[in-house]
Design a protein around this ligand. Sequence first.
Ligand SMILES: [Mg+2]
Length: 424
Amino acid sequence: MTDLKIVDVVITPVALKDPPLLNSSGVHEPFALRSIVEVQTDAGIVGISEAYGDDATLALLHQAATAVVGTDVFDLNELSRRVASAVGGSAASSPTELIGTASHDKTVAQATAAFEVACYDAQGKATGRRVVDLLGGAVRERVDFSAYLFYKWAEHPGDFDVDSWGEALDPDGIVKQARRMVDRYGFGSLKLKGGVFAPEEEIEAVKALRREFPDRPVRIDPNANWSVQTSHRVAAALEGELEYLEDPTPGIPGMAEVAAKTSLPLATNMCVTSFAEIPESVRLGAVQVILSDHHFWGGFRATQNLAALCQTFGLGLSMHSNTHLGVSLAAMAHIAAATPNLTYALDTHTPWKSEEEDVVLGGGLTFTDGAVTLPSGPGLGVELDRDALAKLHEQYLTCGIRRRDDVGWMRQVHPEWTGKRPRF
Ligand SMILES: [Mg+2]
């Protein structure tokens, strides 16, 4: 068998419209940034992946791109080694504070992931096999996702497109949003992004969701915006009501204090976001569920390593999402389908994306009864729509946003806003 060597890498930053979704940092900006990575091989096969699109990530990807040229797409150990040595000296950077503390390990992991996923896509196209088959085989052909509910404004201040969801600023608004999302996509579980309003209001929203959807598990994620004391209070009020409580408070020691006084499983994509953070978390019993995310854990193989550690230590495994397009959705579905102990419904921001905007042909994978069916084509099973990619790249060029800044955007409306956590 001949090599399949990388001869060139093309990185295309894109911007997609993003609704004014509220979180503990502030508010989503009118555009979210992503990038599409294309790994071109000497056989003419091109592998694709999707990564963050902020300036720091783009610089990182370009640095790594030069180093991976010449690597065989099947030699992922060599790929990882080259990426690590190319970006290992870079300043630690994170596209958002909502995915934990930046570290060198995570910087390397993030860059590795972008190329590893594209290599898997190329491997699949070269062999005629799906990525899920290359990852050990599908333990499920349908991957469940959850309805990701957000408090939100009706519109961004300024001259921007208005989404069709309207505002959601109280329990009623959240229940209406959930109803529409469930009716439309069939999601079997619900996740509320909290940390926005006083915890009492958010407790009421969870209870309202439980009343309206008694058969659907509910999670709440205040992004570490509650003190330990507040977390104790909310956990007590929601005992028995939640599938899990995600990142109530900052840091592993704080989470351990909360965990000690509640029967609710605590989940995280903020205090355990790299392998280095697992030992302390396990020692203190700080979290019971880790949210994987191949984008910053280091790719598919790293996610499988994480899954093995979760199994070893009796932890649950779920999946985190940032605003994303159809390449990431496909990647998330493939790795989830190949991971036996990833049994929670995955997070996704897909419903918040404009239906007219994606970079994949046909607009991307769709949800039926809350699940994505794995595509049957080779690799990731999705193809780039060149016109759509060019259009979203043009939008990137004109949108003026170059890094995610939920705090700064909130300041335009509330000048005194700091985004400091924990606020409650
Ligand atoms: Mg989270």
